[in-house]
Design a binder for this molecule. Structure first.
Ligand code: FES
Ligand code: ZN
Ligand code: ZN
Length: 321
């Protein structure tokens, strides 16, 4: 990570990272300070949560979710972790180990749910049973379980580790399709409504390179490997496109996403309200839904009835990059 011969913009010590979008290099301590400042600004600007709120951090074992949990604890927030075992072969086993080790070493509270043990299915089986891409049942299962864990545990807000690269890539995809409902859901904070908890993304002002640097400097071990069945996912392609633009023209990525938030939030707030439609309780689990049975309970029924599918069978071309 060292940047040979260059000096930190703030203290002139040898720099460990160059950040073209800030037109500067930083030493380890000042990189940490930059991350702290950017997180605090996101929390403040978007009114995400306050010092008394009880936070549930959705952790995957990757760099972003462990970085945000660490940053929140370091800043004095009350934050517990929540991990969902997705049953994606070795990837899930290893990710669970990283999360547990992180929590144990720091004496933090970690809540866990295992899809196979508690709901009778895993993501490879759900993908095969629904004949859809794995990320679809994965995202839906996680959203439902985050909401449920927050409600059951009395948490004020669910925090996820989405960073600037993630959000800009998703934004590009949504803009290419002008998908207004998805655009409305991309705001960095979604208020609690109709039985759903508040959700916040305090890392939206930091890139994945910066969160990786945070982990490295702070000695956080995380799972480097990406999910094997998400490879080929279109967001990854959009990330590559944005990185190519960023290389030519540093800070475009941040302007693309952050100016979207600033200029579009007021307009999209109405769309979010309108998109809610009429919600009532799922007759099986009680979660808010537009139908009689929520999408999660329907997935549990479909995937739970399917014989278990080993992860290798859904890898296909996706796993070979
Ligand atoms: Fe959800 Fe890979 S982590 S499909
Ligand atoms: Zn410095
Ligand atoms: Zn339900």
């Amino acid at each position: 990570m060292a940047v040979s011969g260059s000096k930190c913009k703030s203290c002139k010590a040898p720099a460990v990272i160059d950040l073209p979008r800030h037109n500067a290099n930083f030493c380890a301590e000042h990189l940490l300070q930059l991350c702290r400042r950017q997180m605090a600004k996101a929390i403040d600007d978007y009114d995400m949560f306050g010092p008394d709120d009880h936070i549930l951090v959705a952790v995957s074992g990757g760099k972003d979710s462990l970085a945000i949990w660490d940053m929140l604890i370091e800043a004095g927030y009350r934050a517990d972790g929540f991990y969902v075992g997705l049953g994606i072969g070795e990837y899930s086993e290893e990710s669970g180990q990283y999360v547990r080790a992180f929590a144990e070493q720091r004496g933090l509270t970690l809540l866990t749910v295992d899809l196979r043990d508690e709901y009778g299915y895993d993501i490879p089986t759900a993908a095969r049973a629904t004949k859809r891409v794995p990320c679809s049942s994965c995202g839906m299962s996680k959203r439902h379980l985050f909401d449920k864990a927050a409600k059951d545990g009395g948490y004020d807000v669910v925090v996820t580790g989405h960073n600037l690269d993630d959000e800009a890539a998703v934004l590009l995809g949504n803009v290419l399709h002008w998908d207004v409902n998805y655009l409305a859901r991309q705001l960095p904070v979604l208020e609690a409504r109709n039985g759903f908890p508040r959700k916040a993304k305090p890392l939206v002002r930091l890139t994945e390179r910066e969160t990786a640097a945070w982990c490295l400097i702070r000695g956080i071990d995380y799972l480097v490997e990406e999910c094997p069945i998400a490879a080929g996912n279109r967001h990854l392609h959009h990330k590559d496109i944005l990185n190519a633009i960023e290389q030519e023209s540093p800070s475009t990525k941040a302007a693309f996403y952050l100016n979207f938030i600033e200029n579009m939030s007021p307009l999209l707030a109405e769309t979010t309200a309108a998109a809610q439609g009429e919600l009532h309780h799922c007759e099986r689990c009680g979660a808010p839904t537009t139908g009689e049975v929520c999408a999660f309970c329907r997935l549990v029924a479909t995937a739970g009835a399917h014989e278990p599918v080993p992860v290798e069978l859904v890898l296909g071309k996706r796993g070979r990059r």
